[in-house]
Design a protein around this ligand. Structure first.
Ligand code: ATP
Ligand code: MG
Length: 446
């Protein structure tokens, strides 16, 4: 029997959590920065916003064996959070990223409590010993008085506000905008914030925001975590997880045993995106990020057509990592991402762009004519003597001129180059990132 003491809740280092509201029409994720400030009515109001057609009076969560526990009060909410934090801690200890807290809204009459696991919930009114001592009085009992703006701040998709972000250094500048390292004061978390100037109508802004919603659903250890996006005047700011190793384009010739582990993560990340019917569309070394924990994550995938189009209007040029069929304006699909994996890893292995006649100076956008050789010529091949046969074969397959001849997602995961390095050894990447950062620091580059 699992006995939970709700009073433990205040002692826990809760941090931000993601609550997933499961509805028949689909799921909605909401990031909650300060879960200890959350109360039952807040959550109910948020659920009613998501499914206004139902009369939601309570919700349920699942315990570790999948039994549903009903939540109808602040105390029961605390018990649920306490249970969730325990699970989250266990997942973290096991090196896993925590799953979101899934809740199932219940409409109408509420049948009796089903608590077959005997969860002990403290139902006493608040006393000095209660967990609520962590919650300011003003927040504890006045949820109904809260303005909707305040509510939204605590529990909405756009929970990061411009005024709560403290910008630190500039991390880099791309074709679309500038990326900053920043600190989110409310969430007490370091972020990467990409700021893109966009002169567009409010209608288009709304469309972009709604297209970006799918990012809240992306939940993979190989995809950068998206926190929030907002417009201020004519700029959109996109807040994501900060990766302390930065992007792969700045690393010198990466050894094959490290590159192999990176390739596993990139293929996993893409397979995940494809499973959500998202094409990355911008696979390249600067969109592959690493950290000192040895994690590798993809960023900057094109979920918002409007955002991609609006940026393209300002920045002209064609991306040198694009597959030949894209350069020549034909239809393209998953296979185009696979080409970009091939050319990116070839560049990372050789420490030079695989088409020597293409000089990439700043960024990856080039005049279209200069990229014609990618369409016309046989694709380059890695020099066999310097790299393993498996690696050479992997790149050659990814860079087949005919899209259909390139590996499918399953073939990619099953390729011997990938399976060989699919050993979950994050240490290899971690040590390599740390060593490179150390070298850069010694040279005064960081
Ligand atoms: P493009 O605009 O075509 O995507 P790019 O990828 O080089 O080109 P940005 O996406 O603006 O440009 O990124 C600029 C730089 O910021 C990256 O090269 C990377 O070094 C850094 N960067 C981006 N996102 C993060 C992040 N989440 N954590 C750490 N560094 C990041
Ligand atoms: Mg980028």
């Amino acid at each position: 029997m699992l006995v939970l003491d709700v009073n433990n809740l205040c002692a826990m280092d809760t941090g931000a959590i993601v609550i997933r509201i499961i509805t028949p029409a689909g799921d909605m994720d909401s990031a909650v920065d300060c879960p200890s400030l959350l109360n039952f009515n807040d959550l109910l109001v948020a659920i009613r916003d998501v499914i206004p057609e139902a009369t939601v009076t309570a919700f349920e969560y699942e315990d570790e064996v999948g039994d549903r526990i009903t939540v109808r009060s602040d105390e029961e909410l605390k018990a649920m959070l306490s249970y969730y934090f325990n699970t989250m801690n266990e997942q973290r200890i096991n090196g896993l990223l925590p799953d979101p807290l899934q809740i199932f809204p219940r409409a109408g009459k509420t049948p009796g409590i089903r608590n077959i696991h005997g969860l002990k919930v403290n139902t006493r009114p608040n006393t000095a010993n209660d967990c609520t001592h962590a919650i300011p009085d003003s927040m504890a009992n006045n949820s109904l008085k809260k303005s909707s703006a305040e509510l939204k701040r605590i529990l909405t998709n756009g929970q990061i506000n411009a005024q709560d972000i403290h910008y630190q250094e500039q991390l880099g500048h791309g074709n679309g905008g500038t990326v900053y390292k920043a600190y989110h004061l409310l969430g007490k978390r370091v972020l990467a914030v990409k700021v893109i100037p966009l002169d567009i109508t409010v209608e288009l802004q709304k469309q972009i925001m709604s297209e970006l919603e799918i990012l809240y659903k992306c939940d993979s250890p190989y995809i950068i975590t998206f926190f929030s996006a907002f417009f201020v005047e004519n700029r959109i700011s996109i807040c994501t997880e900060f990766m302390d190793g930065g992007s792969l384009d700045v690393y010198k010739r990466i050894p094959e045993h490290v590159l192999g582990r990176i390739a596993v993560a990139v293929v996993e990340g893409l397979t995940y995106l494809w499973s959500l019917k998202i094409l990355h569309r911008d696979v390249k070394p600067s969109n592959m990020l690493v950290n000192t924990r040895g994690q590798v994550k993809l960023c900057d995938f094109g979920v918002s057509t409007q955002l991609v189009n609006s940026i393209a209007k300002t920045y002209v040029g064609t991306n040198a990592y694009m597959a030949p069929e894209r350069i020549s304006g034909e239809q393209y699909g998953i296979h185009a991402d696979v080409w970009s994996v091939g050319i990116s890893f070839m560049e990372l292995a050789l420490d030079m762009f695989p088409y020597p006649q293409i000089q990439k100076n700043q960024g990856s956008l080039m005049p279209l004519q200069l990229l014609q050789c990618i369409v016309d010529e046989d694709p380059p091949v890695l020099p066999v003597g310097q790299f393993s046969e498996k690696f050479v074969h992997f790149i050659t397959q990814c860079m087949r001129r005919q899209p259909k001849e390139r590996p499918t997602p399953n073939n990619l995961m099953d390729h011997s180059f990938i399976t060989q390095f699919n050993d979950g050894n994050a240490e290899v990447v971690s040590m390599w990132v740390c060593r490179c950062l150390e070298e850069r620091r010694a040279q005064g580059h960081v």
